[in-house]
Ligand binder design. Structure first.
Ligand SMILES: [Zn+2]
Length: 379
């Protein structure tokens, strides 16, 4: 992935829609809103965010680019990854009580949900049966407008409710229980954060969710149970009751704007964050990929991921990188924090075969009403 400081600074200015993967052609954005523009303006005038942005541009860029240049040429860099003990001390110290977690598909792998980009096993490598022009087309709003069936087929298979939260989801819930979690910005659409027991107010579904639906043209809300019925039971595209065009779940497609509430919430959270934890994400899809580099320079940063990504351990921040599987790193962290017993008990209580949460008529577990309010997507 290219580290592009300029594009980071333009994050909110350009109100990038999901889909600006940094090694791909940009996809036109549609659907900006007044609320969103207001949030952008507020962001631009926000002092702490401006401070972090100026820190990014003050000297560190050249340094980082030269390091990356050397790295790309195969040079051996003496990168300090930090230690698990340091991360534990951050959490224990009482100085990190406003934690932002940025999570991606890697936190759900242990639940049996495929990620998108892993060669061979990832979702994008297993869509040949749909004869797509390119894999991401299955989540492209213009493609859906002309050919919704591939998404309908895929959505019927990945509809939330059939998987249990992982230990990593339970770790996030534990942080919330200890009053240490400010927000989880998740790129996932599997709903496992809520099924792990997290408060909907703590979870920002940056790429939307399946719990509500609307028309792709007139934006008229489409009943969620009817959407489920069409897609999962009948494998048919839901049709808008008002205008007769296609409807779809409130998943953010490439070419659509992100939930406007995300920008307002992020603006405030960046003023308060003292530790950012990035888990299970390749940090390749903007704008969420930019968040770790927007936190003030005195913020601690912890990366739990298979690979070193996002310029961690090479910038101005004090970073720790724990390579490998998310659940394994979380287990180690919780062992050292004295939380392991709580973690495992909490996780066991949310497993599908033991869960006592109410089931709705469609045999998928119910999501609380305030989940939809918190995560209402852009109209
Ligand atoms: Zn409509």
């Amino acid at each position: 992935m290219m580290y592009n400081t300029t594009s980071e600074l333009e994050l909110m200015d350009s109100r990038e829609a999901r889909g600006t993967e940094e090694d791909e052609d940009d996809i036109d954005e549609t659907g900006s809103s007044t609320n969103e523009e207001e949030a952008i303006k507020n962001y631009e005038s926000d002092e702490s965010a401006s401070e972090s942005r100026s820190l990014i541009s003050n000297g560190s860029e050249e340094d980082l680019m030269s390091k990356l240049f050397l790295f790309g040429r195969g040079a051996t860099l003496d990168i300090d990854y930090g230690t698990t003990e340091t991360a534990v001390e951050w959490i224990r110290s009482g100085n990190c009580r406003n934690i932002i977690i940025i999570s991606g598909a890697g936190v759900s792998c242990a639940a049996g949900i495929p990620d998108f980009r892993t060669p061979g096993t990832g979702l994008y490598d297993n869509l040949q049966r749909f004869n797509l022009p390119y894999p991401q087309a299955v989540f492209d709003i213009d493609f859906y407008r002309n050919n919704p069936q591939p998404f309908v087929s895929l959505a019927s298979e990945i509809w939330p409710g059939g998987h249990s939260p992982t230990l990593t989801h339970s770790f996030m819930k534990l942080l919330e229980r200890h009053n240490l979690l400010l927000r989880n910005y998740t790129q996932n659409i599997d709903g496992l954060e809520i099924l792990a027991g997290m408060n909907p107010e703590s979870v920002m579904c940056c790429h939307g969710h399946f719990q509500s639906a609307r028309c792709i043209e007139c934006k008229y809300p489409h009943p969620a149970d009817s959407c489920y019925d069409s897609i999962v039971k009948q494998k048919k595209v839901p049709i808008c009751e008002k205008c007769g065009e296609y409807a779809k779940p409130d998943i953010v497609f490439f070419g659509e704007g992100l939930p406007p509430k995300m920008f307002c919430t992020l603006q405030n959270d960046l003023k308060n964050v003292d530790l950012v934890i990035v888990m299970g994400t390749s940090l390749t899809v903007a704008p969420v990929s930019h968040i770790p580099n927007m936190v003030p320079v005195n913020t601690k940063r912890l990366l739990i991921n298979r690979d070193l990504v996002g310029g961690f351990c090479m910038g101005e921040w004090e970073d720790v990188f724990l390579p490998g599987d998310c659940d394994q790193s979380v287990l180690t962290l919780c062992e050292l924090l004295g939380w392991r017993e709580d973690l495992e008990a909490l996780n066991a209580s949310t497993r599908i075969n033991t869960v006592t949460a109410p089931m709705n008529e469609n045999n998928t577990r119910s999501f609380p009403d305030n989940f939809k309010n918190q995560n209402e997507i852009q109209i």
